[in-house]
Ligand binder design. Structure first.
Ligand code: MCA
Ligand code: AMP
Length: 499
């Protein structure tokens, strides 16, 4: 395979590559710092990265990838149980973190290496390469070798490690470059977390693969977006919650409107962008938001083609190199729905995809991997869609009611139910997702208290869940019941919960 990050391995040295707040690196400085990290690692080694939204994280990831290692990004807000599961499942040999990061005790068994970034262009301190060491970077590894192991929630059980090969990263970024005309002249701004595909692979590696630059906001704010777009950034990536907050702010913020008007591309993904938010942004700025649809397992599948007539509610056409079809309940392809000009009318089917963008399997979960694919290699996404007469895909729902998308994060109802059941005041618990203007869906907990006279408060239960799982999984609302509706087999009937 050709190099994953050609511009870093040897591109224009003085061009800006990364900026986090006021700290930035040119390509030459990024390469030197990344070499400092990479020189410590062996090809195919597995390294965890404490993925804060910082320059250190970006340098750690780039250094590891150049060295041919596989990266396991860790959400710094994960609970101890989640981290324990990830490190015991993925068995990293090293944990890369910034020197002043305080790591939880549960990670104590993984050797730590500090990533010291020298922003003036000198190589990193603690991890500086040996002058007499082997040439860096080593030859590009095989495209099938793992670049990332990203953990993702399912309907049941512990989160699964998605093995993302190098060729999938290259394929998805090149497909997006083609459809979005994404070039070295683009400057991307975003405030996405760096432990998921969206913020890390699209939002950091995307600009670096194409020789452009990224400015990370540290944390998302409409003011940060306005500032960077007014100051030369050309593209914005965000989840629908961020665009909702932009739509809310626009009426009182002419500077934000002017900045968005200047942008070359506004891209939304990770969940459906509500038509109302899309329309409000277009009305205030004259700009259409480009939606793209992807998944941790598949990276990017479809995108709206920029520049055409906006079609809110759709996620566009399959990307170059991606085959997409809709299938019925028996797995039979819907008539005429498997090509770019497929016409399925109003018939709803599950989206299945095939292509070089796909993952290779779930780590240590051959059973789940086998279930995820058909015999002829199509991946079952679990997303339900229709295709418009010209082949555009419109997502209408999800097969599993036990998967919640909140703020663009995927959350399994089961993991929250298990956490709630560990609370001494909870006898029974069920978790559902409900529509939410800001978050898309919010986590709602249905609880049968041990003592109906003194039920645990909503805040108490939110804190309890936040202490065990990442805070975005906490219930935003708790409803109390005397009993949960169950069928004859004793299974909770979530659809029968009072709304
Ligand atoms: C509040 N907080 C608490 C509690 N209550 N902490 C502990 N216990 C509590 N009880 C804290 C939170 O930790 C957080 O801290 C702050 O209060 C606000 O939290 P919250 O309301 O949850 O978040 P928010 O600020 O409203 O975040 C909205 C957001 C976020 C910024 C849009 O949801 C987000 O970053 N979403 C991005 C998701 C994403 O990247 N998904 C990609 C995966 P603090 O203020 O310190 O943070 S999907 C993907 O990759 C696929 C491939 C795709 O298609 O893209
Ligand atoms: P994750 O597993 O966290 O990567 O989330 C992937 C899921 O997010 C997909 O299976 C979809 O359900 C959802 N998703 C991502 N992008 C979009 C989009 N543009 N519109 C609707 N749903 C989306």
């Amino acid at each position: 395979m050709s190099p994953l990050l050609p511009a870093v391995a040897g591109g224009a040295p003085d061009r800006p590559a990364l900026r986090f707040g006021t700290r930035s690196l040119t390509y030459a400085a990024l390469r030197a710092n990344a070499a400092g990290v990479g020189a410590r690692l062996a090809v195919a080694e597995r390294v965890a990265v404490w993925a804060t939204p910082t320059l250190e994280t970006a340098v750690a990831v780039v250094g590891a990838l150049l060295a041919g290692a596989a990266v396991v990004p860790l959400n710094p807000k994960s609970g101890a149980g989640e981290l324990e599961h990830i490190v015991s499942d993925s068995a990293p040999t090293l944990l890369l973190a910034a020197p002043d990061d305080r790591l939880p005790e549960v990670l104590g068994g993984v050797p730590r290496a500090d990533v010291e970034v020298a922003v003036d262009g000198a190589a990193g301190g603690a991890a500086a390469p040996d002058a007499g060491g082997p040439p860096f970077p080593p030859p590009e590894p095989d495209g099938e070798s793992t670049a990332f192991i990203v953990y993702t929630s399912g309907t049941t059980g512990r989160p699964k490690g998605v093995l993302i090969p190098r060729r999938a990263v290259a394929a998805t970024l090149d497909a997006l470059a083609e459809v979005w005309q994404w070039t070295a002249d683009d400057v991307l701004v975003h405030g996405l977390p760096l432990f998921h595909v969206h913020g890390l692979i699209l939002g950091v590696l995307g600009p670096l693969r194409h020789g452009g630059s990224v400015r990370h906001l540290g944390r998302f704010s409409t003011a940060g977006v306005a500032r960077e777009l007014a100051d030369g950034a050309t593209m914005l990536f965000g989840v629908p919650t961020m665009y909702h907050r932009i739509a809310e702010a626009l009426p009182d913020d002419p500077e934000l409107a002017a900045a968005l008007r200047r942008a070359r591309l506004l891209v939304s993904g990770s969940a459906a962008l509500p038509v109302h938010d899309h329309e409000r942004i277009t009305a205030a700025t004259g700009r259409a938001v480009v939606e793209r649809y992807g998944m941790t397992e598949t990276l990017m599948n479809t995108s709206v083609v920029p520049g055409g007539k906006p079609r809110p509610g759709t996620v566009g056409l399959p990307l170059p190199g991606v085959e997409l079809r809709l299938v019925d309940d028996e797995g039979k392809p819907l008539q005429g729905a498997d090509g770019p000009d497929g016409t399925a009318g109003d018939e709803v089917g599950e989206i299945q995809v095939r292509g070089t963008n796909l993952f290779t399997g779930y780590l240590n979960r051959a059973d789940a991997t086998a279930d995820a694919f058909t015999e002829d290699g199509w991946f079952r996404t679990g997303d339900m869609a229709v295709r418009e007469p010209d082949g555009w895909v419109r997502i209408v729902g999800r097969k599993a009611t036990d998967l919640i998308k909140s703020g663009g994060f995927k959350i399994g109802a089961g993991e929250i139910e298990n956490a709630l059941l560990e609370h001494p005041g909870v006898r029974e618990a069920a978790v559902t997702g409900e529509p939410d203007d800001d978050l898309g869906e919010r986590v709602v907990a249905w609880v049968v208290p041990e003592d109906p006279a003194a039920p645990p408060s909503g805040d108490d239960l939110a804190d309890h869940v936040s202490a065990r799982l990442a805070p975005h999984k906490r219930p935003r609302e708790v409803r109390y019941l005397d009993a949960l509706p169950r069928n004859d087999m004793g299974k909770i009937m979530k659809r029968a919960l009072p709304s």
